[in-house]
Design a protein around this ligand. Structure first.
Ligand code: PFF
Length: 450
């Protein structure tokens, strides 16, 4: 069956769409609280190392697989496996990635809903002059109300599936062009403000003065897993975006720019937040509510804070939206390329399934708070840990092994098109450093669990 495949209009739309996938709640919501929960600087150090030694090379690998296969991840990996005379069972790696994306979206959408609800809270001027206690109280009230959470989760799902149903290169490409630069601009305002009123010195110390005694195995795994989550790696999202990419784009350059932008953005917001945390005597390890509790205080004190806060949460919602789209695109591409089901029907059905799963996540913040699934984790925590610390790194490990040891080197080089030296560096990272790094962390963890 041949289907028309869409393509990016030019290299910038690819860069922006992939950056749009990478930049999202992972940077703005998750990285800051993970830094706090995992003890600060040690986590940051391992995170940055994971981005450079594992994230960038694997982003190149995913893009090259996608562009060579020109298909959705499942069929794409199968055809690359057949080209390389390897087992066609490699296709299940694509299938695992698709499933991972759907599991992530089920909680991503609920957090996206928190952001949407904060747009209206901000716009109503509810942050003006707010104290730390009031801010925490407001957030707890939101969590305690399943119907409000469900409403915003539903809005977020409808927004996401609405775009996916129309296909990748409709309005979204254009929106990215404006929104990502705007998000950077508003973050700089926030950083500037935090620098002037916050305790930047303590924030800097907390995030960047390495304290090796705090590097625990769990922190290492979380940091590595978060590098995957933040760069959208290990589940085929970047692969599917790569499959819409023209041949004349340098994969290495694109990967480096995207990874740098993504990492910088996360660290900047981290600094801005911790400067406020320390200046307002808040606790760094507040967990998933961190930005929702700290930022309103800052916005509430700033001149023009209501407007800036509203704009901020609108931009975060957009960032979350562009990421959410990439979580379902691999599966939708697979259905559309294999069946006669229309893109719209496929999107609606899948959207409904994820929405229902999302309801259990909503309940895990209130009614089902004490329902534990494994290791004392509730539903939200289980989905989060399962995807970020197991499925994404495992997907990344297998992708690296597949490209490094099963594909023909000249096929890989045809896509990467790198000078000899740089190609060797990529090979060393993809074939040796990344698999050993990920494998070692997994083994260590298995040991602890037993
Ligand atoms: N990278 C996104 C973020 O940081 O918010 C989340 C994400 C999107 C993860 C797409 C994985 C993915 F495939």
């Amino acid at each position: 069956m041949t289907h028309h495949r869409s393509a990016w209009r030019n290299r910038w739309t690819f860069m922006l769409a992939t950056a749009g996938s990478a930049i999202g709640l992972g940077n703005i919501w998750k990285l800051p609280y993970m830094i706090g929960v995992n003890g600060g600087s040690a986590f940051v150090l391992v995170f940055i190392a994971s981005i450079f030694f594992v994230g960038i090379p694997l982003m190149m690998t995913e893009i090259l697989l996608g562009r060579r296969a020109q298909k959705n991840p499942l069929d794409g990996i199968e055809s690359l496996a057949l080209e390389a005379k390897a087992s066609r069972h490699w296709r299940y790696l694509g299938g695992m990635g698709m499933l991972t994306g759907l599991l992530i979206l089920s909680f991503y959408s609920v957090i996206g809903g928190w952001v949407l609800s904060f747009i209206s809270t901000a716009a109503n001027g509810n942050f003006v002059g707010i104290s730390g206690e009031q801010s925490t109280e407001n957030f707890n009230q939101l969590l305690a109300s399943p119907f409000t959470l469900l409403f915003w989760h539903t809005v977020f799902m409808v927004m996401t599936m609405g775009v996916v149903a129309r296909g990748v290169n409709s309005g979204l490409e254009k929106a990215n062009n404006i929104l990502i630069p705007a998000l950077f601009a508003i973050l700089l305002i926030l950083l500037g403000y935090s620098m002037s009123v916050g305790d930047m010195q303590s924030a800097y110390q907390f995030m960047f003065s390495p304290d090796f005694s705090k590097i625990t195995p769990v922190a290492v795994l979380s940091a590595l897993g978060h590098a995957f989550f933040s760069l959208s790696l290990g589940m085929g999202a970047v692969m599917v975006y790569g499959s819409y990419l023209q041949r004349d784009v340098s994969i290495a350059r694109a990967s480096i720019y995207i990874a740098l932008a993504d990492t910088m953005l996360g660290l900047v917001i981290g600094l801005a937040i911790y400067a406020l945390v320390f200046a307002n005597q808040l606790t760094p390890n507040a967990g998933p509510g961190l930005i929702f509790q700290t930022l309103p205080i800052a916005f509430g004190q700033m001149p023009g804070g209501t407007l800036i806060a509203t704009l901020f949460f609108i931009l975060v919602a957009f960032a979350a939206w562009t990421s959410a789209i990439s979580l379902v695109e691999p599966t939708i591409a697979w259905v559309v390329e294999n069946t006669d089901i229309s893109r719209k029907t496929a999107t609606t059905t899948l959207g409904l399934i994820i929405w229902v799963l999302g309801i259990s996540v909503v309940l895990s913040f209130n009614e089902w708070q004490n329902v534990k699934i494994v290791f004392g984790l509730n539903i939200f925590e289980t989905l989060d840990k399962l995807t970020s610390t197991i499925l994404l790194p495992l997907g990344g490990l297998l992708i690296a092994i597949f490209a490094g040891y099963f594909m023909k080197q000249d096929h890989v080089q045809e896509e990467l098109n790198l000078p000899h030296r740089s190609f060797k560096i990529w090979m060393c990272m993809n074939n040796i450093i990344a698999p050993i790094g990920i494998g070692a962390v997994f083994l260590y963890l298995l040991n602890i669990i037993q």
